[in-house]
Design a protein around this ligand. Structure first.
Ligand SMILES: *Cc1c(COP(=O)(O)O)cnc(C)c1O
Length: 385
């Protein structure tokens, strides 16, 4: 399906709402039925019905169709956060005694899910370096039911070979799931590479304006209905119709925004690389990135998130640099219109800072919709202080 069709037409039935270009926000909790027979049909299979807005809602359905098509997946579910889009499918597909093989250092709340939350239900996780296929082979046990990927990582950018890992998992009957937030389906289509479930936060690039928290998972109709029928409906992390509407609006301009972010990161990372105060820049599309070949093979573009370290890696220097930025804001999250930085040192206590630990030194930057030269000027004045 063509991208322009997906973003501008798919799922939109304008003749049903006065030929309005923008879809209506169907702000309703429930839907009425004319006959007991019709109501019975809806109650017997809520996945196929529009019955109650904790399940399906017409505004959300427009969004679901577009998101599924972007991933070339059969179906999609949307959630009230990206974390819900990760946790709920995992809770739906695993049970007591099952085992997960996960990449090391996935998104922080995913780590908490695997380390603190799932063990309460008897589900255990082995973390391993996902850049080598043989590490997956070694970690798989007879009770392994899920391989969990995040490629690239959103702080340190390690990749996994999605085609190779999905092939291995398939041969052993293990479900694969990826957090595809970094690339979004515009730059990476995991389902086409054989991955079963592609989750992403919609808070970042899809929303795009730092005003919605939401998430999405795509996959086969069989898996999506399994997730819907139990944990999705039971946990109830439902997206509001208004938020769904904002995400449909975000999707219209997403190709332009993500391209701008990509090109901005390209320009800014090459500027940083030649700056005397910079030690290292990590971005999957940089020539010196250790998995650069794999990145170009399975990604059609690169996100605007990258990390760098300063030559002077003292805690004070990193803090002063970040504090001196005038236009680039300091905040968590990314994917909005505004450029951001966040240093790893903000996530640990000062006493735990180890200047020999590469991860501790990282400063992450997200390139938003400002002009690259404007951001470079800001970085330059903060670096030269
Ligand atoms: C932000 C983020 C999430 C979580 O999404 P929320 O919408 O904040 O719940 C998950 N994974 C990655 C990589 C993220 O950056």
């Amino acid at each position: 399906m063509e991208l322009s069709y997906i973003l501008n037409e798919l799922g939109e039935e304008r003749e049903n709402y006065f030929n309005a270009i923008a879809p209506p926000i169907i702000q309703t909790s429930n839907f009425a039925f004319k006959t007991v027979a019709d109501l019975r049909v809806a109650l017997s299979n809520e996945f196929e019905a529009t019955l109650y807005s904790r399940g399906h809602n017409p505004t959300l359905n427009i969004l679901r169709k577009k998101l599924a098509a972007l991933d070339n997946a059969e179906d999609a579910l949307v959630f009230s956060s990206g974390v819900a889009a990760i946790s709920i499918p995992i809770l739906a597909l695993l049970k007591q005694g099952d085992h997960i093989v996960s990449v090391e250092n996935p998104y922080s709340w995913t780590i908490k899910l695997f380390k603190d939350f799932l063990p309460k239900f008897g589900i255990t996780t082995t973390f391993m370096d996902g850049s080598e296929l043989e590490n997956f082979e070694k970690a798989i046990r007879p009770e392994t039911k899920l391989i969990y990927l995040e490629s690239p990582n959103t702080f340190s950018y390690e990749l996994q070979d999605l085609k190779a890992v999905s092939g291995l998992a398939r041969s052993k009957g293990i479900i694969t799931m990826i957090d595809n937030s970094y690339c979004s389906p515009f730059f990476q289509k995991p389902i086409e590479l054989g991955i079963d479930l592609a989750a992403q936060t919609a808070t970042k690039y899809i929303g795009g304006h730092s005003d919605v928290v939401a998430g999405v998972v795509t996959g086969s109709r069989e898996l999506i209905s399994r997730i819907f029928n139990h944990e999705f409906m039971n946990i109830g992390a439902t997206l509001s119709p208004h938020s769904a509407w904002l995400l449909i609006r975000g999707l219209r301009t997403m190709p332009l925004r993500i391209q701008h972010s990509f090109k901005g990161a390209e320009k800014i990372t090459s500027w940083l690389l030649q700056h005397p105060a910079i030690n290292k820049v990590i971005w999957p599309f940089n020539a010196d990135f250790k998995q650069s070949e794999l990145a170009h093979q399975q990604m059609q573009g690169c996100g605007g998130l990258f990390s760098f370290t300063l030559k002077d890696s003292s805690l004070e220097k990193i803090e002063t640099f970040c504090n001196r930025l005038q236009h680039i804001l300091m905040a968590v999250s990314w994917g909005g219109h505004e450029s951001l930085v966040i240093p790893t040192i903000a996530t640990i206590s000062k006493d735990d800072y180890d200047r020999n630990n590469g991860r501790h030194q990282l400063i992450r930057m997200y390139v938003g919709l400002e002009e690259a030269d404007y951001l470079i000027k800001d970085l330059d004045q903060a670096l030269n202080h």
